[in-house]
Design a protein around this ligand. Structure first.
Ligand code: ATP
Ligand code: MG
Length: 250
């Protein structure tokens, strides 16, 4: 049995793979104590499957907290793990967009191998954190966002490029009477535009796969489809591709 552990800024994933199939996985929070949470989740998944750490052939850690996981037998960069996980699920994929809690990445694949990537880890705009901040201001939890943005049309323009200033812009829009659906659609559009804006020279080619927690937000999937003009493929559980790619690394 192999194990992949993805310790991100917002969530931790632990996944078991037996060489041909995913055997089990769990997703937890990484907030405040990423290392402690990752260890607890790892133990929980092992116990549930009647395993001990010593039974595992490999434990590969990835994500920004990968160097702090005491049970790892190796670490691999997020770019490699996301590319490997996506290529396993979608062998024909040529581009990956991963939007997590704190960063976003665009990866170009050729024959399942990463050949180019861009990463934004400096700016909160264009990440899940920005969407959560907007949700807090609007009083809309993540689970409600699809319903609020699905019906109706029209968006407001979020003109500022900076998450800090966007906060006051959103407050101003709310006070000015712009509807919450329009504001949230504007937020999604700005996240999509921001993500594509940081692609630099990394060209997007279909089939395009969208991963990370933000891919669980259908409103952002719609906004990205509109901005790219491409169909967007989303894995059934978009948060586990990094851990899957790690588990597939020997
Ligand atoms: N149920 C949900 N519906 C919609 N969006 C969600 C849901 N759960 C999480 N998200 C979004 O996913 C984001 C976290 O994504 P993810 O778990 O991929 O982050 P991470 O891998 O820990 O972060 P990073 O890759 O930046 O280190 C949250 O900020 C939130 O916007
Ligand atoms: Mg991540």
């Amino acid at each position: 049995m192999r194990c992949g552990v993805d310790i991100g800024a917002r969530s931790v994933e632990v996944l078991l793979h037996d060489g041909s199939d995913v055997v089990d996985y769990s997703i937890g929070d990484s907030l405040r104590d990423p290392r402690g949470n990752a260890e607890a989740l790892f133990m929980e998944v092992l116990e549930r499957n009647g395993l001990k750490a010593g039974d595992l052939v490999s434990v590969i850690a990835t994500g920004y907290g990968r160097n702090y996981f005491p049970y790892s037998t190796g670490t691999v960069s997020e770019i490699i793990c996301h590319a490997r996980g996506v290529a396993h699920l979608f062998p024909n994929a040529r581009s990956v967009i991963d939007i997590g809690g704190q960063d976003s990445k665009i990866i170009r694949l050729e024959n399942g191998m990463p050949v180019d990537f861009s990463m934004n880890d400096r700016c909160a705009a264009g990440t899940g954190r920005f969407i959560e901040m907007a949700g807090d201001l609007l009083g809309i939890p993540l689970e409600e966002m699809d319903r609020v943005t699905r019906d109706g049309d029209g968006t407001v323009e979020i003109s500022t490029m900076c998450a800090v200033f966007a906060e006051s812009e959103i407050i101003g829009l709310l006070q000015g009477g712009a509807g919450k659906g329009r504001i949230l659609r504007g937020v999604f559009r700005s996240v999509a535009a921001r993500t594509l804006g940081m692609a630099g020279g990394t060209e997007l080619m279909p089939p395009l796969v969208f991963t990370g927690g933000v891919a669980g937000n259908p409103g952002v999937v719609r906004a990205l489809a509109r901005e790219t003009g491409m169909d967007i493929l989303v894995p059934p559980e978009p948060r586990i591709t990094g851990a899957l790619g790690a588990a597939l690394t020997l």
